[in-house]
Design a protein around this ligand. Structure first.
Ligand SMILES: *Cc1c(COP(=O)(O)O)cnc(C)c1O
Length: 385
């Protein structure tokens, strides 16, 4: 069987073997419930969970008491948005977000609208970037929260979150950000960026699936979160349910490894990304880049080849695991709403693909991609003649 090169790291990443190793004891002998501390079994897992909480916090310059473990970004988004709205006890609530957020944000917003919450969805420029002056223009008395992702999962564009954090702080508005694509890939300092709440997942950073966190800033009397999962009162009452100890331990380890490798990986992947983009844009006629040419995460490439539909591409490149449009929406066969909001036509969207490079790709694979894609595209073009 031919080897398939995994190039869908914006969708999920393989588990780092070091992370797996750290988890194994907690899938075997160390099975205690960290809430049952009357014996050694519970106490040892409690220690492991609190150690992991420090590792997670350290990657984003938070305090460990600011980390709430959840099942992942989707749950963290639900907790943040619904939790803020439900605790606001106000007649009128206004939230500002963007048209290019992940469905996890957009669907929660749609749900909140049914309960009378007013939501403003900001448009972006052709690179998928929002403008902070648009935010300022939309702010009103009732605005309680601004929700803008750090980096887009389809096109990789990085939003001006430092500026947004600053303007939120000056105006006493909460700033929530979905950082699933950014944490571990670019430096994120929640304090320097004035972030109040932030969601992220382990499986995007070489950790296990089904575990993630919501960062909730301490010492902020503005933040009052209403829990969405009620029960035994774990995670300061914000997220009940017996803790996913192996997941948490793996998440902690994956954050530690990312912190160690961040600088090196940022540099290598940025070089690989630009080499792929530049080669494909110059070697292939009518190729176009989606997303920002420079303000983008190091591991994302979203590119279109006019005249070559996704299905033709996928049929030819069976040796690549890549994504057409957004992985999350690909079952629905709807054209990507992100590409459509940056002004791409239906036909441009249907010939756009996403390449997500990662820790376990090699220099040889990158060289292979650069050679293989133009050749394959030529082959398809000849067959179409
Ligand atoms: C992956 C992703 C999510 C959803 O994360 P889950 O781990 O599936 O809950 C949300 N937002 C962005 C930007 C993502 O990349």
């Amino acid at each position: 069987m031919e080897k398939i090169i995994y190039l869908d790291n914006n969708s999920t990443t393989p588990l780092d073997p070091v992370v797996l190793e750290s988890m194994l004891p907690y899938l075997k002998d160390k099975f205690g419930n960290p809430s049952s501390t009357s014996h050694k079994f519970g106490r040892e897992t409690l220690v492991a969970v609190e150690f992991a909480r420090e590792q997670v916090a350290s990657l984003i310059n938070a305090d460990s008491s600011e980390i709430i473990f959840t099942s992942g970004t989707t749950e963290s988004i639900n907790l943040a948005l619904k939790g803020i709205v439900e605790s606001a006890f106000r007649d009128k609530i206004h939230i500002i977000t963007t048209k290019v957020e992940h469905k996890a944000v957009l669907k929660v917003c749609e749900y909140l609208e049914k309960f009378g919450v007013e939501i403003t969805y900001l448009p972006t420029d052709k690179y998928g970037m929002i403008s902070t002056s648009d935010i300022v223009d939309m702010i009103k008395e009732e605005t309680v929260l601004i929700c803008v992702m750090v980096a887009n999962n389809e096109i990789g564009t990085i939003q001006p979150i430092g500026e947004i954090g600053k303007l939120c702080k000056e105006r006493g508005i909460l700033f929530f950000t979905d950082a699933a694509q950014a944490v571990g890939k670019i430096p994120i300092d929640v304090k320097a960026l004035n972030i109040d709440l932030m969601a992220f997942s382990a499986h995007k950073i070489y950790g296990p699936k089904g575990i993630g966190a919501l960062y909730v800033k301490n010492n902020s009397n503005k933040i009052n979160l209403y829990p969405q999962i009620h029960g035994g009162g774990q995670e300061k009452g914000l997220r009940s349910g017996t803790l996913n100890v192996p997941g948490i331990v793996g998440f902690g380890k994956s954050c530690e490894v990312c912190k160690e490798k961040l600088f090196d990986e940022f540099n290598t992947h940025s070089v690989w990304r630009d080499r792929i983009i530049n080669n494909l844009l110059t070697k292939i006629d009518n190729a176009f880049l989606n997303g920002h040419p420079t303000k983008r995460i190091p591991n994302n490439i979203n590119i279109g080849f006019k005249g070559i539909s996704n299905s033709l591409f996928i049929n030819e490149f069976t040796d690549f695991a890549i994504s057409t449009g957004s992985a999350c929406a690909s079952e629905t066969l709807e054209p990507s709403y992100v590409l459509s909001s940056i002004g791409r036509t239906k036909s441009e969207i249907s010939c756009s693909i996403r390449i997500g490079i990662g820790r376990f790709n090699t220099e040889e694979e990158i060289e292979y991609i650069i050679k293989r894609i133009p050749e394959g595209i030529n082959k398809i073009k000849c067959q179409l003649l």
